[in-house]
Design a protein around this ligand. Structure first.
Ligand SMILES: Nc1ncnc2c1ncn2[C@@H]1O[C@H](COP(=O)(O)OP(=O)(O)O)[C@@H](O)[C@H]1O
Ligand code: SF4
Ligand SMILES: [Mg+2]
Length: 371
């Protein structure tokens, strides 16, 4: 009986109703659920995701491949293929409106003008048969209601703003005439050309060479700071998160399992999955430590564990983790929250082992002088 009462203390608060009360909140995603109906059954790709983003703020979403990052982004932008996709529940409050209640026509107006997306592979979102000048100016004409000539002038200015040389010449080129790095700059110019309030970048540097990756990341940081837009950056790379964003949400099996300011989550991780991700960064192993890969694999979507979704891979799991599922819980002394029973009353004894391991990992990752 006591055990039950202890757990109840950490249950989620009563669901919020209506638009966010804080006017600074630009995007408020609540209990979002996106499923795919496929031959073998239903894949719960996004299974109760919550996060919010204030105006001008930067949030990273991080997690292994297949954990639902892209589907979360595509659901917000309403660019999902439906079917097989279906948004089965939740709310997406953006600028005071729940996007899931709007008509497709209203969504089209918002997409591209108020929120824009940068994809991993620009070739898939650029049209190969139109010049890039035509493609950028088309978006400007649609959303800013200016003439063709003025739109082209603005397109050239936006290419210059993302560091493209001789933009007057570039606007006449087709996507295949450019390198991957330049194409990604074009995508960023396109996303920015209508001054969006929110930029969603899904693995924007993953397809690029390492040196170009750093340049594109710098560019994204600069345009975010200059434009004051909020940035939702999706990546599997914790190093990118550490360099780019203020807040981070770690996703596993379609849920957020840890969220908070980047310095809390990366330097004082509170979830065994986050610790596993940190342990698998090569840079943390420069002093001869073996690279730890999180044991096991992401669970089969048709056979999810009944309790905590990370339980089959978690070195700290115990009986309660197999039986029930943790909610997000506050973590003492930190602004971050974690979906883990180590933060419930009956996890206290085990938490010490976890914290010892977390300190060892983070200390190993600090520069030599500080370690
Ligand atoms: N069109 C689709 N049809 C069926 N399943 C899909 C589809 N798109 C994504 N999924 C599934 O949804 C889950 C999450 O995918 P995704 O969001 O792309 O992961 P990631 O975190 O790597 O971006 C995966 O299990 C993936 O196989
Ligand atoms: S709830 Fe249990 S199994 Fe899940 S991450 Fe925490 S300790 Fe591991
Ligand atoms: Mg993805």
């Amino acid at each position: 009986m006591k055990q039950k009462a202890d757990l109840a203390v950490y249950q989620e608060e009563t669901p919020r109703v209506g638009p966010p009360t804080d006017p600074d909140v630009l995007l408020d995603v609540r209990n979002l659920q996106t499923h795919f109906h496929v031959m073998d059954g239903t894949v719960k790709a996004v299974d109760g995701v919550d996060f919010s983003l204030k105006r001008g703020e930067t949030l990273g979403i991080v997690g292994e491949s297949g954990c639902g990052k892209s589907v979360t982004a595509l659901t917000i932008m309403q660019l999902l293929d439906m079917p097989p996709g279906e948004i089965v529940g939740g709310e997406i409050w953006f600028e005071g409106r729940d996007l899931l209640t709007l008509a497709p026509e209203q969504i089209r107006k918002i997409r591209g003008a108020d929120m824009a997306m940068i994809f991993q592979e620009p070739m898939t979102s650029l049209n190969p048969v139109f010049t890039i000048g035509d493609q950028i100016s088309e978006a400007i004409i649609l959303h800013q209601h200016v003439g063709k000539k003025e739109a082209m002038t603005r397109a050239i200015a936006s290419l210059r703003a993302v560091g493209i040389n001789a933009p007057e010449r570039r606007v006449k080129q087709y996507p295949h005439e450019m390198s991957g790095g330049i194409r990604q700059r074009v995508m960023i110019a396109m996303a920015l050309s209508c001054n969006p309030q929110l930029i969603i970048a899904d693995e924007p540097t993953t397809a690029l060479d390492v040196t170009i990756q750093a340049q594109i990341l710098e560019l994204i940081k600069k345009i975010q700071a200059d434009s004051g837009a909020a940035l939702l950056l999706i990546t599997h790379d914790l190093a990118v998160v550490a360099e780019t964003v203020q807040n981070v949400a770690v996703m596993y099996a379609g849920r957020v399992v840890e969220a908070g300011p980047v310095e809390d989550v990366l330097l004082r991780p509170q979830h065994p999955y986050t610790l596993g991700l940190l342990n698998s960064i090569p840079a943390l192993h420069k002093r001869g430590r073996k690279l730890d890969v999180i044991k096991g694999v992401v669970p089969n979507p048709f056979r999810m564990p009944p309790g905590c979704k990370f339980e089959p891979r978690c070195p700290y799991a115990w009986e309660v983790c197999r039986r029930s599922e943790p909610d997000m819980m506050d973590t003492p002394g930190r602004k971050s929250r974690s979906r883990c029973f180590l933060h419930a009353a009956e996890g206290a004894a085990r938490r010490y082992e976890f914290e010892k391991a977390a300190v060892a990992t983070v200390t190993a990752g600090l520069p030599e002088a500080q370690a």
